[in-house]
Design a protein around this ligand. Structure first.
Ligand SMILES: Nc1ncnc2c1ncn2[C@@H]1O[C@H](COP(=O)(O)OP(=O)(O)OP(=O)(O)O)[C@@H](O)[C@H]1O
Length: 257
């Protein structure tokens, strides 16, 4: 579904993503991990077509560079780390914005667009919030609305940049279980970034570890979340245990003296 080949991105005169190659098969969930500033968000933004890049990116076999913005938006939807919300906008109208790539130029949303929004609002259990202004929702409720807008776009590739950072563990699981369910039911393909490595390892089929803009590791959570990788790339002291085959990270405190 996604093939990024030797992708580089320069920002402010610096190469912040350096010849990174990532593939994501249809229906797969791949999570990009790495320390602060490693280039995770930048890589996702390049895949979303929001930044100029060198190298090749194809989505469903089509070169991203050859797609017009409308086609790109029908194929790739992104939930940003801190989405910009138009002031005073209601949940329903915000989710409806996701249908923009399906609305004819100079036209208005039609019955099919409203039906798509109604379905997503129902799936994400947002019916009670439909008429509320976004700025009156809690962080977790807002996160579900951001996801709803991306899903309403109807794209086959979903990019999630830190989708659960502001959420408590229960709400994190609620949002990620939902993405997982939609992946199974609607055949979505997911590329995300995450800081919580335990959660990343639990949900992703594969992890891609970036460090200083370069690909440092690519494999199953068990292959990537090793004590050696965490020490080398995060400078973290962590013991890695395995429960049901899933890596569990236990931070080790450096005791004074
Ligand atoms: N517009 C910009 N101009 C110059 N440098 C930028 C710009 N945007 C990002 N960078 C730099 O690019 C590098 C990668 O940033 P990016 O946001 O992709 O990292 P990240 O891995 O997502 O980090 P974090 O985990 O902290 O969110 C950082 O060093 C950042 O300072």
């Amino acid at each position: 579904m996604l093939n990024a080949d030797a992708v580089s991105v320069e920002l402010g005169g610096r190469t912040v993503v350096d010849k990174v190659s990532v593939t994501v098969a249809p229906g797969e969930w791949v999570t990009v991990i790495g320390p602060n500033g490693a280039g995770k968000s930048t890589l996702l933004r390049a895949v979303a077509g929001l930044l100029p890049y060198a190298g090749d990116i194809t989505v469903a076999g089509r070169p991203l560079a050859a797609m017009r913005p409308r086609e790109r938006a029908r194929r790739v939807a992104m939930v940003h780390q801190q989405p910009v919300v138009p002031p005073g906008m209601t949940v329903y109208d915000y989710v409806l914005l996701g249908r923009t790539p399906h609305v004819p130029p100079l036209g208005r949303e039609g019955a099919a667009d409203h039906a798509a929004v109604a379905e997503v609002v129902d799936t994400l259990d947002l019916g009670a919030f439909a008429d509320r202004r976004l700025d009156t929702l809690s962080g977790g409720e807002r996160q579900r609305v951001f996801l709803a807008r991306a899903l309403a776009q109807g794209a086959e590739l979903l990019l999630l940049d830190e989708p659960t950072t502001a959420l408590d563990i229960g709400h994190q699981q609620e949002v990620l279980d939902l993405v997982d369910r939609l992946r199974a039911e609607a055949g979505l393909t997911v590329l995300s970034t995450m800081h919580d490595l335990a959660i990343a390892g639990e949900y992703a089929d594969r992890l891609v570890l970036l460090a200083a803009g370069r690909l440092a590791a690519d494999g199953t959570p068990r292959e990537v979340l090793t004590e050696a990788n965490l020490a080398e790339y995060y400078r973290a002291r962590v013991r890695v245990l395995h429960v049901d085959g899933i890596p569990v990270l236990v931070p080790v405190r450096r005791r004074p003296g």
